[in-house]
Write a protein of this length. Sequence first.
Length: 679
Amino acid sequence: MQNPVILRDISWLSFNHRVLQEANDPSLPLFERIKFLAIYSSNLDEFFRVRMANHRNLLRVGKKTKKELDITPKQTVRSIQRIVNRQQEEFSRIFEKKITPELTRHGIVLKRRLDLSTVEKEWVENYFHDKMLPFVQPVLLVKDMVRPFLNNAQLYLTILMKEKESRKTAYAVVKIPSDHLPRFIELPKTDLNHNVIMLDDIVRHSISWMFPGYEIEDTYSVKLTRDAELYIDDEFSGDLLDKIKTSLQRRHVGPASRFVYDRTMSKDLLDYLKDTFELESLDILAEGRYHNNSEFFGFPDFGMNHLKNPPQPPLPYKPLEEAEDFWAAIRERDHLLHVPYQSYESVVRFFEIAAEDPQVTHIKIVQYRVARKSRIMKALMAAVKAGKKVHVFIEVKARFDEEANLKWGERLEKAGVHVNYSFPGVKVHSKLATVRRLEDGEPKLYNYMATGNFHEDTAKIYSDFGLFTADERLTAEVARVFKFLEHVEHPGRDFEHLMVGQFNLLDGLESLIEKEIEEAKAGRKASMTLKMNSLQDPEMIELLYKASQAGVKINLIIRGICCLVPGREGVSENIHGISIVDRYLEHARVFHFHHAGEEKLYLSSADFMTRNLHHRIETTFPVYDEDLKAEIIHFMEIQLADNTKARLLSDQQSNSYYTKGRKKVRSQEATYNYFRDRL
């Protein structure tokens, strides 16, 4: 019998449901719940632009290709639609029945057009004519005429109306200009409340002025999401950078991957829109009255900070931030940083000090995602001016950051930085930096190796580990990784300490798991704890099932996709799996193996995804310092004890909360307190 697996995208939808659960949690401050509505919607938009677009493309392939798939694309698309429809109904219930009344209780009233007072109506009408009229673009929809182009992810209002003279039914579409104006508009003060109207409802109120010869019967909002994948056929020929630039220009005009509409829309109007915009039944999804709910990120807070999470400022990492000699502190011992609990300042200083230090000769870094305003990038450009050789490898295939990375590449090159870009067939996902410094006439290397990107903004909200080290066992091998990235040639001898994608990562991980299996079969203690974002690779799933069946105790802490089914009798009863969704995004990858008492522990840029293990340059690096190892193991124990924000992973996809234990443990809160108490 085949071992159980959960389809990747079904599992991802279950993860996004955990995000939606946070919006439904009454213990969270109100504005945090609204933020989770925005995160849920933003996640779903990206899912439809990339993953669902892929399934829609599979529907168009030939019968022979479809036969090779485990499940038909149509079945997958329909399963996804059923789940998303259920979640959208839940989203509407949370927003309308819980969030909106709670806002009102705190004096923030979301008004619809029919709720407006005479004063507010006059203000709305003036606002429309003064600020919105140039952007609304009203278009009458006429059968067999050229149809208007719907911009990707742009809001529109569709209108059902009748000609005043002939009484014939007519249809129209009007743009809601949220790309030019705030989505949430505060109305003039007429009472003690903060009265807010959404841009959509200002357009609704103003429709009759745009179509004076018609009687408006009803209006419904719609949004079209377009395929955002960059289809670069044959990466192995031609200029990859040019291909990416060309593909980016086409991204916003790609084919439809989702058409969402107000679920109260009449069937006649929906059928007319399907015909007008050449949509298929599998393209369309019902939502509530409002779409583009990721714009809830911009919901006004009116200074009500008591409705937000209490401030939790990153804690200083004093051994480096206050070090008189930064490099001596790293030479003396390894240092571990855990953001966002601890400040990212030490990482920024790593580059800024290197840029100014006359003994530093070289700086090298891998850039996957980077902040729009980056002190790190400025330091690299300053280092060139100071006469240092600076090498930056830029991965321009980082999805939705391609354009930003290309621009940074151009800026760095103009500043004199030596820039290497993506090469065909492989994505570089390692998080590495190295500094070469002359000390007593001899070169000395210093590394920063991390689970997260060199991104000052996400370091405030993503939970990641970073290791500063001058350990020559590691620095020598990191140098070989950079040599490969710069010259695209095999780094020579095998890696002994690092596990690097495309070379020894997969074999190394399999060997560590097989060691636990061997120990369990010999009747000795065997265990592992694996923390990551996603677990999808079929071979790794089978190996973990094999380990469970041999008696290895396995703990999984998986934020997102988990295609493995924990706790199944005879298959995975020794596997316990949880997912934590809370204030910070869990992004660290940590692999801890008992290893016959040696307690081997690795930090990594890689998840157990086929793409990470087979198609990327990833770096998994050991933590050798016993104190740092103990600190990470303690952190993992805190996460495994979480009975407040941890959900159990199962084939039921129910996302039930893990509630064992007498004492309440909220792991992110406990982790912050742990570091605060050590100051």
